[in-house]
Design a protein around this ligand. Structure first.
Ligand SMILES: *[C@@H]1O[C@H](CO)[C@@H](O)[C@H](O)[C@H]1NC(C)=O
Ligand SMILES: *[C@@H]1O[C@H](CO)[C@@H](O)[C@H](O)[C@H]1NC(C)=O
Ligand SMILES: *[C@@H]1O[C@H](CO)[C@@H](O)[C@H](O)[C@H]1NC(C)=O
Length: 466
């Protein structure tokens, strides 16, 4: 089970918020009266619901964050735990930074676990670098003031061995990225798309940060390693399959929500000069999203209404809002393994929406370019339209451009409609929703469910005309 926190928050989390209550068996548990309590009233329009849910999601997300979050018992896990020797290693050679699991008291978890996981240091560095950029922007005088050192040194200082948190994380990523580790779902060992995407991005942003602190040797090293990672990332495109794969040399199909997450969490910051690798609007991500969505649409009964024409003509799959789970082979049902298979997850469904909104925003700032690689996605997106979709470049004076923009927005909304349907009456999001009944399952109030929803809503606001 995933207990990591991304993007907005990193300092601490409360394991009790993720503890799974001892629920009775699903069949005996869900009676009709219970169903009414669980289901969100659906009369709100999507816009009205999003407006309410945005506040609810932020509130519930922050409740999981120490210090002070109302779900947090005691201190929560503090950043200082990185210095603790643990089953992944020590701080001396930085190997301990790959440890994924600590108790709320900050003590390392010593039971067996999928370790190490190498995405943590990259994600923490990205989060803190984002924080520093924002802080610097709103306190511009501090940077050249005498007190700058006091404020900035704990975050970044050139000294080695590293004494500052970002420096330690960047050193970890730049030295360990090519060793195998466990994936973001804590299950599979290998080299992973998600992990390498955020690793490369942290080193790109870290290159700029190191330069601003006069740490030029480190900047050159981080830049060099980022280049190597980006080169390896090209191997994750599988031309035979026609989509990206999450893990190299894996027996799985490789279709995985981690592809969407890797793309979203590795978008360059606003100030970065770098070209994005596999950004949300890239053909590789869009056709991978199509393939994953098509799989999940057919896999989960809640995704197809009984009235739907179950014509198995795969060529005519019309891309639409769908409950998306982690990956086709998933068997974790929120409480244990199930021979029925996995379920859709809130965070994956919201991430699909975010990909589409970001694609719309990107197109509105440039042109729509349809290549033969991306063609299947655009054909599916416009499957219900009478327009012919063919490769080419289209601008605001073309009908196709407008139809694509419109469909990106409405299909993104379709994914958020799925989220809206499965939250409970208080707007809570757990980890998963049941593939048959649609009711929530798995970890309660999963921080990442809220974070991914808020990310999608932020991207939706940037789409012109919504
Ligand atoms: C990782 O990279 C280093 C230096 O480039 C190399 O010596 C080492 O063999 C690589 N390890 C793996 C597992 O590929
Ligand atoms: C802070 O901003 C100044 C310019 O306003 C810039 O020169 C400096 O590099 C920035 N520092 C960091 C850490 O980004
Ligand atoms: C869009 O395409 C047109 C025609 O090909 C071109 O003139 C224009 O500069 C492009 N706009 C952008 C923003 O790329």
């Amino acid at each position: 089970m995933l207990i990591r926190i991304l993007s907005l928050v990193y300092l601490s989390l409360d394991v009790s918020a993720f503890a799974i209550p001892p629920l009775p068996y699903l069949h005996s548990f869900l009676g009709a009266s219970n169903a009414q309590r669980q289901q969100q009233p659906l009369q709100d329009t999507l816009d009205a619901w999003i407006q309410k849910e945005e506040r609810i999601a932020l509130d519930k997300l922050l409740a999981n964050v120490a210090p002070g979050g109302r779900n947090v018992e005691g201190e929560g896990v503090a950043a200082g735990t990185v210095h603790t020797s643990n089953p992944s290693g020590t701080f001396e050679d930085l190997s301990g930074l790959g440890e994924p699991k600590f108790g709320v008291d900050g003590k390392p978890f010593t039971g067996s676990w999928g370790r190490p996981q190498r995405d943590g240091p990259a994600l923490r560095a990205l989060t803190l670098m984002h924080y520093l950029r924002e802080y610097n922007a709103s306190n511009p005088l501090l940077w050249s003031a005498i007190e700058a050192t006091d404020f900035y040194e704990p975050f970044y200082h050139a000294s080695m061995p590293p004494k500052s948190v970002i420096k330690a994380d960047l050193e970890y990523v730049s030295h360990y990225w090519n060793e195998s580790g466990f994936d973001l779902w804590e299950e599979v060992e290998g080299l992973h798309f998600f992990t390498l995407m955020v690793s490369a991005r942290s080193l790109r942003e870290g290159t700029d940060l190191a330069r601003s602190f006069g740490d030029y040797g480190a900047a050159a090293w981080y830049e060099e390693q980022a280049g190597y990672i980006e080169h390896i990332l090209t191997r994750f495109w599988n031309a035979n399959k026609g989509h990206l794969v999450e893990t190299l040399w894996s027996k799985r199909t490789g279709l995985d929500c981690g592809l969407l997450l890797g793309s979203l969490h590795a978008v360059p910051s606003e100030v970065s000069q770098d070209e994005a690798i596999y950004p949300p609007w890239s053909d590789e991500i869009l056709v991978s999203l199509l393939a994953l969505t098509r799989d999940q649409h057919e896999r989960f009964p809640i995704n197809s209404s009984p009235s739907e024409d179950r014509d198995d003509d795969l060529e005519k799959f019309a891309f639409e809002g769908t409950g998306i789970g982690r990956y086709p082979e998933d068997v974790y049902d929120g409480y244990g393994t199930s021979n029925r298979g996995g379920n859709p997850w809130f965070l994956c469904t919201s991430s699909a929406a975010e990909i589409l909104y970001r694609t719309a925003t990107h197109i509105s700032a440039s042109n729509l370019t349809i290549t033969s690689l991306g063609l299947p996605f655009y054909e599916s997106l416009l499957a219900t339209s009478s327009l012919d979709v063919e490769p080419g470049t289209f601008g605001p004076s073309d009908a196709l451009y407008h139809s694509v923009m419109e469909r990106l927005k409405t299909t993104g909304d379709g994914f958020l409609e799925v989220v809206k349907t499965h939250v409970d009456a208080e707007g809570s999001m757990s980890e998963q929703f049941d593939r048959v009944t649609g009711y929530m399952r798995g970890a309660r109030d999963l921080t990442w469910s809220y974070g991914a929803f808020l990310g999608a809503v932020r991207a939706r606001k940037e789409v012109k005309g919504l």
